[in-house]
Ligand binder design. Structure first.
Ligand code: C2E
Ligand code: CA
Ligand code: CA
Ligand code: CA
Length: 386
């Protein structure tokens, strides 16, 4: 079994090495308690542990061992007076079915763990042959992404924001697209994580900012352009300069550029992130908090970050007409944001009824398939292609 503490890197980043090490010791102790004496336990890297159960057991028994481990980790870890909640997943490979030697088994279990992680915390996955295909695809994507920029395979789709005050388009969000020559379109949810792991996110992210600014400079009126920035991009010291240069070269007024960050960005290095965002704001670039309501939404963010906008996640918009609690959350979020002089954009609006409700609660902007799908800039009526 391969056990991975998915949020180990976050803990390390946020609370430092000593605390992360103390957490590992605690995790190891709990693993020891939920396994047998004869089972081997080894820490591999980061928050990853291998558990080698050398008994003769059936898959259902090994699954219940995995469940037992997950159960044992349920209570928060108390370290240096802090409560740390774990997020962990488990991958499983079996000998002799999946392999006979340690290398082969490790490769399989790693692949199974990878799939478990994409399914979220507490998931348990057995290796299966189709994982091999998935792993092969991932390797191919990793290999090809490095040349995708140079080969003109990346492009930006633009999705409009509707101003609910005057029913006019207020701007567009740039969404990255990858057209792979043989595998076809690859969704960003698949290739952005690869770009992050390989470090390609920096050059790609810079290209996104540059291309979005160039496009926006040609738009009529003073339409806004929003770009998404991921966690790792904010750690790069050259990002700010890249943005300044991109604006200057495009001749775009900085106030027309907005950056969207998600809450996961904020988990690590809060102070540094704040100061980065403040530098942007001092240039007149605005900041939006994306996917609000998912993850670790904290009111501290609303108070401490120099935000112009909050984007309510699609999941709330989807459920707000059928779930009264959801409707109350959307209504109250708009009210709260307005009190703090923050505008609100609702994401994922797909029906006229949702739009009506958003108008009713005085939400500022709407985005979603009802208003417009992400399109090539040349395909958007009224907006000229380069
Ligand atoms: P996001 O920023 O939350 O973007 C919104 C996603 O929801 C987009 O998916 C968009 O196509 C989709 N969407 C918009 N309206 C609707 C709707 O009415 N219904 C439904 N079902 N979906 C809708 P997409 O383009 O696949 O992007 C996924 C995520 O990838 C984005 O989520 C963003 O986090 C990330 N991403 C996209 N482009 C970039 C980029 O240039 N840089 C970085 N770092 N991340 C990016
Ligand atoms: Ca976004
Ligand atoms: Ca979003
Ligand atoms: Ca999202």
């Amino acid at each position: 079994l391969l056990f991975d503490l998915n949020n180990f890197a976050e803990v390390n980043d946020r609370f430092g090495r000593a605390m992360a090490d103390a957490l590992l010791v605690e995790v190891a102790a709990r693993l020891r308690r939920s396994t047998r004496e004869s089972d081997g336990i080894a820490r591999l890297e980061g928050g990853e542990f291998a558990i080698i159960a050398t008994r003769d057991i059936r898959p259902d028994q090994i699954r219940s061992l995995a469940k037992q481990i997950i159960e044992a980790m349920r209570a928060p870890f108390l370290i240096e007076g802090r409560e740390i909640y774990w997020r962990a997943s488990i991958g499983i490979a079996l000998a002799p079915t999946d392999g006979l030697d340690a290398n082969q088994l490790l490769r399989c279990v790693d692949t199974a763990l990878y799939r478990a992680k994409t399914l979220g915390a507490r998931s348990i996955q057995f290796f299966s042959a189709s994982d091999d295909e998935a792993a092969a695809r991932r390797r191919a994507l990793e290999r090809d992404l490095s040349s995708a920029l140079a080969n003109d395979q990346l492009w930006l789709a633009f999705q409009p924001f509707l101003d609910l005050g005057n029913d006019r388009i207020r701007g567009f969000e740039a969404l990255l697209r990858w057209q792979h020559p043989t595998l076809g379109p690859i969704p960003p949810s698949e290739f952005i994580p690869i770009a992050e792991e390989t470090g390609l996110i920096h050059s790609i992210g810079h290209w996104v900012v540059k291309t979005a600014c160039l496009a926006a400079a040609r738009w009529p009126r003073d339409l806004r352009v929003s770009v998404n920035l991921s966690v790792l991009q904010l750690k790069n010291k050259t990002l700010l300069d890249g943005i300044v240069v991109a604006l200057a070269e495009a001749g775009l007024e900085p106030r027309r550029l907005e950056v969207e960050i998600t809450e996961t960005v904020l988990i690590s290095n809060f102070e540094e992130t704040i100061s980065f965002l403040q530098s942007l704001v001092s240039l007149s670039v605005t900041v939006a908090l994306d996917d609000f309501g998912t993850g670790y939404s904290s009111l501290t963010y609303l108070r401490k970050l120099p935000l112009s906008r909050l984007k309510i996640d699609r999941s709330f918009v989807q459920d707000m007409l059928t779930d009264a609690d959801c409707a109350a959350i959307v209504r109250s979020l708009v009210e709260l944001a307005h009190e703090l002089r923050i505008e609100v954009t609702a994401e994922g609006v797909e029906t006229p009824e949702q739009l009506d409700y958003l108008r009713c609660v005085r939400c500022d902007e709407a985005q979603g398939y009802l208003i417009g799908k992400p399109l090539r800039i040349g395909e958007i009526p009224g907006i000229a292609a380069e």
